[in-house]
Design a protein around this ligand. Structure first.
Ligand code: AHR
Length: 501
């Protein structure tokens, strides 16, 4: 079936913020302990960080990593993670019913980020604590010295401040599951007051207020309107979260969830515009999509693990094993973020290692890439530059929740410095190959430089410790570029990264 696509060099949606390809690491499950940090592992460095994990993180190259939570942050005392390891307290983490040893704290995480080549994005606890703990934390992290908390940091071995730029004001404060949940009015007020205090400390930081935990929350989108009414001019971003599920095993509906994501972003964009007009301000708030991923494979198993009355240390929870379907959806989600990069400046895949993650480890053993590692890798490597407006005219299919959805999902990014246009293409059609005809306007002399394809005969195929490369990209076939047009067939249920120069 024919699909006509048009893009133009000068029809630009937005300059993409590199932080669109960020990630998230929470103190939960085996993300930190047994994930990035495992002293005694054959691959551990002198600080206990796994070199093999770091190598895969560097490959993905997330420009920013959000930390330390998630739900965890809402009952976390950041002071527990500083000072000599021997005297750090063991705490009971109420969010995940686990034991927290505090062997990793801000110093260790900062060192890890330095090694990973990424920036820290820190969350403050606005669940069980308030602005006082937050202002002490930023003083500890960002003040050069000569004050109580900054001198404490220096005594703990770090002379220079870390100068962390991006701060999250709590996490999912709309969720009944959140420790210290607030109403929208309570939270909006607290976010404004805390933001004000942090800004008084440093005018140049960027602040993120909590939006909805997902678009099915009863309080959505009134939550955003109320919160922003309190703090629109104090914050730079409103955060959104969304996790995708396929419990009913309906592939067409599942792959269409990227459209639901799109409507979520558009609606919150509308709330932002409304509030900007109401406040009569030039200040522009953007969206920080600081948690997103597929999360459903592990739900049953986690129920069993967390049922016990004990408080396990680093239990193997949220260890979703991802298949080919999940990788295709992730491709569509990333395309949505690229197409909405005028609204969404920052996004963090949740999470990075072991917990609903592209990178998996065995404690004491190997590390491998899950299926969804690959669309992330390609987007992070080739999705930096300007998002181009792509028009698609082709077949659609019916879904249960969203009615008609296009079979072909496309995003395009122009990297002017590298003189390259990259197209990210997903064919959601389960049966039909699509006959592609892309007009590359303004790129008349372009030639095909790279074509990688993710396709597999079994949609439920996964990678494991024993078969780490069962699903992996391969050089694509069947596409050609001539006279400013990209033409050829894209197979059913396949993902493509096509580089043209
Ligand atoms: O990423 C797992 C959890 O999902 C986070 O802790 C929380 O913010 C969200 O509900």
């Amino acid at each position: 079936m024919k699909t006509r696509v048009t893009l133009h060099r000068d029809f630009v949606i937005s300059e993409i913020d590199d932080r669109l390809y960020g990630a998230f690491l929470e103190h939960m499950g085996r993300a930190i302990y047994g994930g990035i940090f495992e002293p005694g592992h054959p691959q551990a460095d002198e600080q206990g960080f796994r070199r093999d994990v770091l190598a895969l993180v560097r490959e993905l190259a997330p420009p920013v990593v959000r930390y330390p939570g998630g739900n965890f942050v809402s009952s976390y005392n950041w002071e527990d993670g500083i000072g000599p390891w021997e005297v750090r307290p063991v705490r009971l983490d109420l969010a995940w019913h686990s034991r927290e040893s505090n062997q990793v704290g801000i110093h260790e995480f900062a060192d890890w980020c330095e090694q990973a080549g990424t920036e820290m994005m820190l969350a403050v606890n606005l669940g069980s604590r308030d602005l006082d703990a937050a202002r002490n934390f930023i003083e500890y992290v960002n003040h050069p010295g000569g004050s109580a908390w900054s001198d404490e940091r220096i005594r703990n071995g770090r002379r220079d401040p870390w100068n962390v730029r991006l701060w999250c004001l709590g996490n999912e404060m709309d969720g009944p599951w959140q420790i210290g949940r607030k109403s929208a009015d309570e939270y909006g007020h607290l976010a404004h007051e805390t933001g004000k205090a942090l800004r008084a400390f440093d005018r140049n930081i960027e602040l993120v207020a909590c939006g909805s935990s997902n678009p099915d929350m009863a309080s959505y989108p009134q939550w955003e309107a109320t919160v922003l009414d309190h703090c629109y001019e104090t914050v730079d971003y409103i955060s959104l979260h969304m996790y995708f599920t396929n419990h009913e095993d309906r592939l067409g509906d599942y792959l269409a969830l990227a459209e639901k994501l799109d409507r979520y972003i558009v609606s919150i964009g509308g709330v932002i515009d409304y509030m900007r007009a109401k406040k009569r301000t030039r200040h522009q708030v953007h969206i920080c999509f600081d948690e997103w991923n597929v999360w459903y494979h592990s739900v049953e198993q986690d129920r069993r693990i967390l049922q016990g009355s004990d408080w396990p240390f680093a239990p193997p929870i949220l260890e979703d094993v991802y298949n080919v379907e999940d990788a295709l959806l992730i491709g569509c989600v990333l395309n949505t973020f690229i197409r909405r990069s005028d609204r969404v400046r920052i996004a963090c895949i949740a999470q990075l290692v072991n917990v609903i993650a592209p990178i998996m480890t065995e404690t004491g053993g190997s590390v491998w890439r899950q299926t969804l590692f690959y669309p992330l890798l390609f987007a992070s490597r080739h999705g930096r530059g300007r998002a181009l407006d792509v028009r698609v005219d082709g077949p659609v299919y019916q879904t249960r929740e969203l009615e008609e959805v296009p079979c072909l999902d496309v995003a395009a990014v122009h990297d002017e410095a590298g003189e390259r246009v990259t197209l990210f293409i997903v064919n959601r059609d389960p049966q039909q190959a699509l006959e592609l005809d892309v007009a590359l306007e303004g790129f008349d002399h372009a030639t095909l430089r790279e074509h990688q394809c993710l396709i597999h005969p079994h949609m439920k195929a996964v990678n494991t410790a024993c078969t780490p490369d069962h699903v992996k990209p391969q050089p694509g076939e069947g596409l050609r570029v001539e006279e400013g047009r990209l033409r050829g067939q894209v197979a059913p249920l396949s993902y493509h990264m096509v580089g043209v120069r």
